[in-house]
Ligand binder design. Structure first.
Ligand SMILES: [Cu+2]
Length: 155
């Protein structure tokens, strides 16, 4: 019950507080620059990327992803198998204490299926990330043609 209450409070407090910086917080977690690459209008899927920093002393885990713009959202990883790049669904992604996990092209990503329509460059759509300990946080995915420049000076 306590967990449910915590999730609810996190969900109520977190959205849009840091939207102008396009950076979000959930407990000790910071989620930076969520984005998606613009896809052709007929493409059946899209992918979303972001970086999760864990400033805390405890590991956490991303356990689910959801968005109203797609029929289904899954966490995926890329694998090398028999010289081919494949992707497959993962049920959760560990976020190590004091570390960061990058969701990026050719790495972990959030895969969106059954899109109602493809978003265009400059548009945004919501994505809810639910962490085992930090709870749920809604971030806005920015749709852009090209991958964001590395924020080398950011930290
Ligand atoms: Cu995928």
């Amino acid at each position: 019950m306590l967990l449910k209450k915590t999730l609810l409070i996190a969900a109520l407090l977190s959205p849009s507080l840091f939207a102008s910086a396009h950076e979000y917080s959930a407990g000790e977690l910071h989620i930076e620059h969520p984005w998606s690459r613009e896809m052709p209008p007929v493409a059946p899927t899209a992918a979303a990327y972001f970086v999760v920093h864990n400033k805390g002393a405890e590991a956490d885990r991303l356990v689910s992803v959801a968005t109203p713009v797609a029929g289904k959202a899954e966490m995926h990883e890329h694998l090398h198998a028999d010289g081919l790049m494949k992707m497959q669904q993962v049920q959760s992604v560990a976020i190590p204490a004091g570390g960061e996990v990058k969701f990026e092209p050719m790495g972990y990503h959030v895969m969106l299926f059954n899109l109602k329509q493809q978003a265009k460059d400059g548009e945004r759509f919501p994505l809810t990330l639910t962490f085992e300990k930090a709870g749920a946080v809604e971030v806005e995915i920015t749709v852009q043609k090209d991958a964001p420049a590395q924020e080398a000076a950011h930290h």
